[in-house]
Design a protein around this ligand. Structure first.
Ligand code: C5P
Length: 231
C-alpha cells in the first residue's frame, strides 16, 4: 500500500514542529530537505521523530564513496527511514551507501537514488557531457544502474513511474513528488499527476508539500489525498 509523505518545506524548527502538530495523526511521514536541514541540522530530525513521525532525509548525497558511506551512517544513527543519493555519483558510491545502510539491520534506512533532476532538459545534459541520450533514456539507464548497485528505490516523476516500475525488479521503491490532487493549484510544478494516477502507475510513496502545508485545513487536505490514494 502506498504511503503519503509531507515535504516539510519550511526553514525553522518551530515552524516544522507546528506544521507536524497541525497535521496531526493524518500523516506520519515527513520529508526534511536541504533548506530545513541546513538551517536547523539534526535537531529538527530529532524533533520530528520525537513527535512519533518517520523521516525521509532528502539531502541527495553526491561525494566520494567514503564520505557518502559516513554520511549514511550518520543518517542511520538519527533513525531516518529514507535517504537520497545521486546515481551519477557512480557504482562505488552507490554500493558504499547501500552497505552503510545495511549495517543498521532491521532499522536500515532505505537508499533512494535520484536519476536525472527534473529541472534538467536535453541541453542541460549535453552541457555536462551526457550526449546521445534523451532525458528519458538517461533516467532509465541511471535507474537500472542505481538498483543493480544496491539502491532500494528511486525518486522519480509520476510521469516516469509507470515505465520504470515495469523495468525494475519487484520491491523497488518509487517516490514521486509532483503530485497534485484533482483541481489543486499546480504552483511551479510542470509535470503533475493526481494521487490516484501516481499510485495506479506504481508509486510506493507520494511526496506532497504545498497542497497540504499551505491548505487552510491541512488535516482535511491530507485526508482528501489519502482518500484519493485509497489508503
Ligand atoms: O510543494 P510541492 O508538493 O511541489 O513539494 C514537492 C517536494 O518534492 C518539494 O520538497 C520539492 O523540492 C520535491 N521535489 C520535486 N520534484 C523533484 C524532486 C523533488 O518537487 N523532481
Amino acid at each position: 500500500m502506498a504511503e503519503l509523505i509531507v515535504a516539510l518545506d519550511v526553514n525553522t524548527r518551530e515552524e516544522a514542529v507546528s506544521k507536524v502538530k497541525a497535521i496531526g495523526e493524518s500523516v506520519d511521514f515527513y520529508k526534511i530537505g536541504l533548506e530545513l536541514f541546513t538551517a536547523e541540522g539534526p535537531d529538527v530530525v530529532k524533533a520530528v521523530k520525537d513527535l512519533g513521525k518517520r523521516v525521509f532525509l532528502d539531502l541527495k548525497f553526491h561525494d566520494i564513496p567514503r564520505t557518502v558511506e559516513r554520511a549514511v551512517k550518520s543518517g542511520g544513527k538519527l533513525g531516518v527511514d529514507l535517504m537520497t543519493i545521486h546515481s551519477v555519483g557512480g557504482k562505488a558510491m552507490i554500493q558504499a551507501a547501500a552497505q552503510a545502510a545495511a549495517e543498521f539491520g532491521a532499522a536500515a534506512p532505505k537508499i533512494l537514488a535520484v536519476t536525472v533532476l527534473t529541472s534538467l532538459d536535453q541541453t542541460d545534459l549535453e552541457d555536462v557531457g551526457i550526449k546521445g541520450r534523451t532525458p528519458v533514456e538517461q533516467v532509465e539507464a541511471m535507474a537500472k544502474f542505481a538498483i543493480e548497485n544496491g539502491a532500494n528505490g528511486l525518486v522519480c516523476s509520476p510521469k516516469e513511474v509507470g515505465n520504470l516500475s515495469k523495468l525494475l525488479k519487484a520491491g523497488t521503491l518509487f517516490i514521486t513528488p509532483g503530485v497534485r490532487p484533482a483541481g489543486a493549484a499546480v504552483g511551479d510544478q510542470k509535470r503533475v499527476a493526481t494521487p490516484a494516477d501516481a499510485v495506479r502507475d506504481g508509486a510506493t510513496h507520494l511526496v506532497v508539500g504545498r497542497p497540504i502545508l499551505a491548505a487552510e485545513d491541512p488535516v482535511a487536505a491530507a485526508k482528501a489525498i489519502r482518500a484519493e490514494m485509497n489508503i
